[in-house]
Design a protein around this ligand. Sequence first.
Ligand code: SAM
Length: 400
Amino acid sequence: MTDRRDEQHLPAAYRGKETAFIKHELLRAYLKRLFLIIGMSAQKLGITELCYVDGFAGPWMDESDDLGSTSIAISLGILDECRQELAKQGRAVRIRALYVEKNGVAFARLESYLRERTPSGIEAKPLEGDFVGLRQTILDWCGSKAFVFFFLDPKGWKPVGVKLLQPLLARPQSEFLITFMYDFVTRFVSKQDLETHMIELLGEVPNVGDLHGLAREKHVLGIYRNNLKQLMPAKARWPARSAYVRVLDREKERAKYHLVYLTSHPHGITVFMEISEALEPVQKLVRASTKQASRIEKTGQGELWTAVNMTDAEEQPVDIVEVERFWLAHLSDQPIKFGEAEFADLLEKTDWLPGDLQRALGNLIGTGKVCNLDAEGKRKSRFLHFEKKNGERLQLTGDE
Ligand SMILES: C[S@@+](CC[C@H](N)C(=O)[O-])C[C@H]1O[C@@H](n2cnc3c(N)ncnc32)[C@H](O)[C@@H]1O
């Protein structure tokens, strides 16, 4: 991922669609890691092709010829990097991409962009029409031997309701990144309409009772994620899993949308969450910089502090004592093994970031309450090496 922490402003092409920058940084970083990981073991996995499907491709809010701030240009660039890297490693995997767009004007631009700018060695196809109506065509294009990453990023929420996604979710060897517009669903609707919307989006009406604000948002998101997972193929060892990133409104203290990620592999969850964690400072900086720009616009006065100086004021760290309590409740006086699957379970269950879990564990090891039976010597960070072949064993020491 590009390290933009020191930059004071986000790229000019993202002015007015600042949150898309976070989405694109995540897409950029994750797609690359994913296709390199799968590409390196393609032969072992019986996979002959890596496919990328952009279900709501655009171009959207980018009038430039290079479409630099769109998922079209970003994904093609990443696919090209992956193809070159895999070829260098002697892994010749076919890489294809499908871009679906309903709007005629946008489609014409998409078509001409792909015709003129698709990197050599990548097969890219534009497909005009409604994503929902084209689901079977999309699946036929994917075929049965490909690993497919679906990026589903509509403007609203209707085309990504649980039931509508069912045929795609049932496809094996697939991962999904879906924009979940919670804010849109609840806006300007009567109670009865809200129920209809919830059924369309989630597949059921959530019982939100007295839940408000963040608790309600998490509950609704949890139902969406669970119902999507139910429709994915699952084997006992490879249950469907999900994680998400909360993308905040560019100015207001509320979620603009969530990027919901679905996979059948624990490694997917740990990598996705590591990338989300690395994006946290970028997200803070983008928000601080946006707020500052709008203050300057309103007052007409420059400001002494740069956006970089102000990001700390936005910090809302997790309650590390709560994370420590969680670990203590999960451990016992008998050794418990934590490999990648177990660590992914914790990430999925708690929504905490990998660094939070590691930091809290480090505190408990430092104060002698927990012991990592497989750690040789003292560690300063990453107190659990869950990625080791057999994971590592943790145990309560009994010391209060
Ligand atoms: C939010 S924009 C996509 C942005 C793009 N994914 C990106 O990151 O640069 C959504 C796009 O989906 C298109 N769209 C909306 N409904 C659609 C549908 N049912 N099927 C296909 N495309 C649709 C819109 O015309 C618009 O171009």
